[in-house]
Ligand binder design. Structure first.
Ligand code: HEC
Length: 210
């Protein structure tokens, strides 16, 4: 697998106008200039923009459903939103945008959300970048990678842990919530988080037509 275009640690000033941190990469890589606007790869730039938009739409929809369900019946009730709606919302948003979208984590609750072999290093890198003081909103990665079946656009954006998340991902979980989670997810690793931690990342991929 060869990286065709890489934009690791770079983020185009899209929604935000923050400064951009560049990164080096392997010798075989054609590294895109770490400039605020990536003019050398319009395809990458367009896909990054679409990914950012999809993440925003997804987050907005999931959060409003989550908050509504919490208000209606507390966290035990809201588990259903994450359990059944998160995947559906992601699928709907993906379909509209013609790419795949999901959430992954190094400490996942649902086994389907475990980060795979290329996502794990990105998440570890996000942790390092966060330790180095980079704001959570800038923890973004984008690449175009050559795979066996053609080029693939890959995008990841860190998901911060907020206060509302603590009810189901924190250290002190209500017994009823805990019981429900244990029943649904016997192999749950997504507990013990604190506010401000990286909970995981959004992943957007698109297989590119040659
Ligand atoms: C009401 C309980 C509840 C709350 C509140 C909650 N989550 Fe979750 N979260 C879940 C459940 C249940 C899953 C498993 C979803 C699935 O089966 O795909 C999950 C899964 C996730 C995943 C996918 C990775 C994994 O561990 O499987 C991420 C990322 C995530 N949650 C982030 C958050 C964030 C960020 C917040 C706060 C904004 C939050 N969650 C609030 C219950 C909750």
């Amino acid at each position: 697998m060869r990286r065709v275009v890489s934009m690791t640690m770079v983020l185009i000033a899209l929604a935000c106008s923050s400064a951009v941190a560049g990164s080096g990469s392997g010798a075989e890589n054609k590294t895109v200039a770490a400039s605020p606007v990536n003019t050398s790869s319009p395809a990458l730039e367009a896909d990054v923009k679409r990914s950012m938009y999809a993440v925003k739409v997804f987050t907005g929809r999931l959060q409003s459903e989550l908050v509504q369900a919490m208000q209606a019946g507390g966290p035990t009730n809201a588990i259903a939103v994450c359990n059944t709606r998160a995947g559906k919302i992601a699928a709907e948003v993906s379909k509209k945008q013609n790419f795949t979208m999901k959430r992954v984590s190094l400490k996942n609750r649902n086994p389907d959300n475990a980060a795979n072999e290329w996502q794990r290093p990105v998440l570890r890198e996000f942790e390092l970048r966060k330790q180095n003081g980079e704001p959570m909103k800038d923890l973004i990665y984008a690449d175009i990678v050559e795979t066996a079946v053609g080029n693939q656009f890959r995008f990841m954006k860190a998901i911060p842990t907020g206060r509302v998340c603590m009810k189901c991902h924190g250290t002190k979980i209500e017994p009823a919530v805990k019981a429900r989670l244990e029943k649904l997810y016997p192999d749950d690793k997504a507990l013990g988080y604190s506010v401000g931690d990286i909970r995981g990342a959004f992943v957007v991929t698109r297989d590119m037509i040659r």
